[in-house]
Ligand binder design. Structure first.
Ligand SMILES: C[SH](C)CC(=O)O
Length: 267
C-alpha cells in the first residue's frame, strides 16, 4: 500500500521466535493463505520477541508478534489476537506430557508423577509472571510448589520416593515451558530425583525424548502446533496426556493498533 499502510507501519515484518517452533510453521502457512508475501517472518527467540514487543509497546509503535496463551505478556500489556478466519492457527490447544519409552520400567515414581501432572493456566501464569518480574525460574518454581502443596500432593500421593536417581527433562526456552519444566522438576526433586533440565530447540527437544536422551518433556503443544513432531516420532514415546488446557497460538498485536484480523495486514 501507499505510505501509512499497515504493512508500511509494520515494515512488513512479523516478529517471530525460534525457527523450529510450531507457531513459526503456522505463520508461514498464514503468510501463504492470507497473501502476505510482502511480509518477512523474523526468526529470533522467545526472549528476543518479548524484548521487541516491550520496546514497541513502550513507544506505542506498531508490531505484530507470534503469540501464545498462556503467557505473561497478556497480563502486562493490552494485546489482542488477530482474527484468523481461515483457522490457520487452529482452535484451542492442549499441552501434553511425553515420556520416553521405558520410563515406566526405569523410573516408575517419576512416570507416575508425570502421568498425574495437570494444572491450570493461572498456576503456570504465577510462575511466568514471577520470572518476568526478575525471579530466577528455579526460585519461582520452588515458591509455587511450596505454596501449592495440596495440588502437588494430588500428583505425588502414594508415589514411592527415590534416592538420587538421575532424571533429564528437556524443554525449549519458551516462557511457558520454562515455568512448567522448572516446576515439575522441583516436584520430582522433592521425591528424591536428581533432575537435570536440558534446554534445546524444538526439533532437538522432540528428538531427545524420542531417542531417550531425555526422560520426559511437559511441552507438547497439540493437536496442531506440534503435529509434525508428534507424527514424526509417534512410535517412539509414551504420551501421558494433557497437563494444561485452554492454550492457544496466533498473531498478536497491541490493542492500540486498529486492525482486528490477519486479513487487515494487507491494508
Ligand atoms: C511457542 S508455543 C509455546 C510452541 C510452538 O510454537 O512450538
Amino acid at each position: 500500500g501507499g505510505d501509512g499502510s499497515v504493512g508500511d507501519q509494520l515494515n512488513y515484518t512479523i516478529t517471530g521466535i525460534d525457527a523450529g517452533a510450531g507457531i513459526m510453521a503456522a505463520t508461514e502457512e498464514a503468510i501463504e493463505a492470507y497473501g502476505l508475501e510482502d511480509y518477512t517472518l523474523q526468526t529470533s527467540s522467545s526472549a528476543a520477541m518479548t524484548a521487541a514487543l516491550a520496546a514497541a509497546y513502550e513507544n506505542e509503535e506498531p508490531i505484530v508478534v507470534t503469540g501464545w496463551t498462556p503467557h505473561w505478556k497478556f497480563a502486562k500489556y493490552d494485546l489482542k489476537y488477530l482474527e484468523d478466519p481461515q483457522g490457520i492457527f487452529g482452535e484451542s490447544e492442549v499441552i501434553h506430557t511425553i515420556a520416553r519409552l521405558g520410563l515406566d520400567e526405569d523410573h516408575p515414581s517419576a512416570f507416575e508423577v508425570l502421568d498425574n501432572f495437570y494444572w491450570e493456566q493461572a498456576d503456570m501464569g504465577e510462575i511466568m509472571i514471577a520470572v518476568n518480574e526478575g525471579a530466577d525460574p528455579e526460585d519461582a518454581a520452588s515458591e509455587w510448589v511450596a505454596n501449592n502443596q495440596e495440588k502437588v500432593s494430588e500428583w505425588t500421593n502414594g508415589v514411592a520416593p527415590v534416592d538420587g536417581d538421575k532424571l533429564t527433562l528437556a524443554l525449549v526456552a519458551w516462557d511457558s515451558e520454562i515455568a512448567s519444566t522448572h516446576m515439575i522438576g522441583k516436584v520430582l526433586e522433592d521425591i528424591g530425583y536428581d533432575v537435570e533440565l536440558l534446554s534445546l530447540e524444538a526439533a532437538g527437544m522432540w528428538t531427545a525424548v524420542a531417542t531417550g536422551s531425555a526422560d520426559a518433556i511437559v511441552a507438547a503443544w497439540l493437536p496442531g502446533t506440534h503435529a509434525a513432531y508428534y507424527e514424526d516420532y509417534k512410535e517412539d514415546f509414551i504420551d501421558l496426556g494433557v497437563n494444561l488446557e485452554g492454550a492457544g497460538i496466533g498473531l498478536v498485536v497491541p490493542t492500540y493498533m486498529d486492525i482486528d484480523s490477519i486479513e487487515d495486514l494487507n491494508n
